[in-house]
Ligand binder design. Structure first.
Ligand code: PRP
Ligand code: MG
Ligand code: MN
Length: 186
């Protein structure tokens, strides 16, 4: 793992730093939900899959039914950046009514995806609805969206790895890295 991908300008967070932060989030979640009956962790594909898999293994809730669900959504509209209008490509398989729901996202940029997702899931009457996000681009936010569990605040650079892609590549990198400009600027 000491091999850095040639298209990575610099490593922003190492495997070890991510592991420690994710464990801490897991501890907080375990504390906050210890009295919950049903906790549904909703991973938003594809970006969240690595974060989700590490986070769930840091959650210890022996008295709670913990279940996992996944949603696949896509933003659409005329713009190249997120329009915030979301379309469900794959929905939850079970009802979340009366349950405690935690949305798991890899990154919040404009915040539009998460905002619309929260509105959508709120209509299904969960007992509670919160969010866990690994990365937030603070300067990217266009709307105010509540992030209850946050990994790292990051600058406006192109981040790849640990589930995050550029044109569907680099999701497999175990660390979070900055993509070299020459790889996305023509
Ligand atoms: C990314 C990310 C969030 C969203 C954040 O997903 O995983 O879901 O964009 O952007 P926003 O805050 O500006 O709305 P993407 O659409 O790239 O799909 P992916 O997870 O499959 O890579
Ligand atoms: Mg995503
Ligand atoms: Mn993406």
């Amino acid at each position: 793992t000491s091999e850095i991908h040639p298209n990575v300008k610099r490593v922003i967070y190492t495997e070890k730093e991510i592991k420690e932060r994710v464990s801490e989030l897991g501890r907080q979640i375990s504390q906050d939900y210890k009295d919950s009956k049903n906790l549904v962790l909703v991973g938003i594909l594809k970006g969240s899959f690595v974060f989700m898999s590490d986070l769930v293994r840091s959650i210890h809730l022996p008295n709670t039914n913990v279940s996992l669900e996944f949603m696949s959504i896509s933003s659409y509209g005329a713009e190249t950046s997120s329009s915030g209008v979301i379309r469900i490509m794959m929905d939850l398989r079970t009802s979340i009514e009366g349950k405690d729901v935690l949305i798991i996202e890899d990154i919040v940029d404009s915040g539009l995806t998460l905002k619309h997702l929260m509105e959508l899931l709120n209509h299904r009457n969960p007992n509670s609805l919160h969010t866990a996000v690994l990365l937030r681009k603070k300067e990217g936010l266009k709307v105010d969206v509540p992030v209850r569990y946050m990994g790292f605040d990051i600058p406006m650079v192109f981040i790849i790895g640990y589930g995050l892609d550029f044109a569907e590549n680099y999701r497999e990198l175990p660390y979070l890295g900055e993509l070299k400009e020459e790889c996305y600027k023509k």
